[in-house]
Design a protein around this ligand. Structure first.
Ligand SMILES: O=C(CO)[C@H](O)[C@H](O)COP(=O)(O)O
Length: 209
């Protein structure tokens, strides 16, 4: 069964925890988005984990260098997963994986900006990542002609554990699920919904259908 991850792209940890409180019954992984971490720092990760000790907490660090050090910092603050950029070198991914193994946690490699996402996903799993995020970021989503279908097609042929992020919503989540993903990531479809609790509930139901 695929997991549901909420990407919280808010700027204040109080707002993020309030949102997580509303949606957590339907969520497997709570993601602190990159802007939230830049705004609140490592203490934001600690506050979220303290508020939800039984949930998996993902810190979307998008680490580009010093993989082992940045992973140590976030795992020390309570993260269960961190993201490392697939666009960076293998040594950075390997360093973060070393830290994850030492802490009993996991690395997620984010393919944002990577030309051949499927090839890089396979390489990242070989390096020890737990799963790879096939990701079209907010800027790519805003480009004319963007369709999540590209990610869905890539997930179906990846042959390794992947998540999809970039426009997962009530209209797309069934196709996302059918592509065989390990995790479906929904940000705006939840935090931007009029009723985030209902949105999370419906997304979870479609994922489990
Ligand atoms: O990591 C991100 C941006 O870099 C977003 O959290 C991720 O893309 C979620 O997107 P959406 O709001 O479309 O679900």
């Amino acid at each position: 069964m695929a997991k549901l991850q909420v990407a919280i792209d808010l700027l204040r940890i109080e707002d993020a925890i309030a949102l997580a409180t509303k949606v957590s019954p339907y969520i497997d992984i709570i993601e602190l988005g990159t802007p939230l971490i830049k705004s609140e720092g490592l203490s934001g990760i600690r506050k979220m984990k303290d508020a939800f000790p039984d949930k998996l907490v993902l810190a979307d660090l998008k680490t580009a260098d010093a993989g082992e050090l940045e992973a140590d910092m976030a795992f020390g603050a309570g993260a269960d997963y961190i993201t490392v950029l697939g666009a960076t070198g293998d040594a950075t991914i390997a360093g973060a994986v070393k830290s994850a193994k030492a802490h009993g946690k996991g690395i997620v490699v984010d393919t944002i900006g990577v030309k051949d996402r499927v090839k890089r996903a396979q390489e990242a799993i070989a390096l020890g990542a737990e799963f790879v995020e096939l990701h079209a970021g907010l800027d790519e989503q805003a480009e004319e002609g963007y369709s999540i279908q590209v990610l869905i097609d890539e997930a179906a042929r990846a042959g390794v554990p992947v998540s999809i992020a970039g426009g997962v919503n009530l209209g797309s989540i069934t196709a996302v699920k059918q592509s065989g993903v390990t995790v479906a990531v929904a940000g705006a479809a939840i935090y931007g919904a009029e009723d985030p609790t209902q949105a999370a509930k419906e997304l979870k139901e479609l994922l489990e259908a």
